[in-house]
Design a protein around this ligand. Sequence first.
Ligand code: ZN
Length: 247
Amino acid sequence: MARAQSSGGNRVDDIPLARRASPLRKPSRRELKLIALFSLLLAIFLVVFSFTVFSKFVKPGFVGGNVAPSADGRLLGHFPYQEVSKDSLIAVYPGLEIHRDTYEALRAMRSAAVSDGVNLVLLSGYRSIDLQKQIFYGRKSARNQIAIERAKVSAPPGYSEHSTGYAIDLGDATRRDTDLEVEFETTRAFRWLKENAARYHFVLSFPKGNPQKVSYEPWHWRFEGTVEALRLFETANEFRRAQGSFR
Ligand SMILES: [Zn+2]
């Protein structure tokens, strides 16, 4: 008001302030480029940020979630295996069956070990996919309960070498405290197996740092002494070779 009075009713001063403000001018090319660059950087930042947050909180291999087999057919590192037909199995003792061919080779291997003063204990052999299901999902089974409680079973049902009848878990009769434990590697039985098992066509399925990334199981051996057995484990062996792994 003071200004309007002093300028004596000048027309310009009568125009409301809002109207006098200059209209939005068009941004220059340089400014447009800067805006585009800024938007692009913001978009990149958002994508990277959300991916980082997502991968931090969503752990792969979560059992019970949507675990899907990888492109090579593996699930949690394990290859799929079908159940062996019942007539190929032989009962070593009640509740423990293995494939006939595994049995023959194991018998020969055990007696050779005995003559070297080593007593190998057969802890587990064939497991049906149904039993594997009970073990994997932690349900108790009346049969084989001790083995189930102690077994560090990582293979999902349908993906266990034990379903083939060719996989066995071995212990040392003088070191039963190491049954199904990594400490089994400190036993005489394990040292003997490392030296001699290959002669009987037994292979350590999950050595330390195996390319399948399954946890180290010094007690778990698979028999590969027949064409049928070799054919079953070909995918796993091929994978090993492709990864430039031992053997
Ligand atoms: Zn096993």
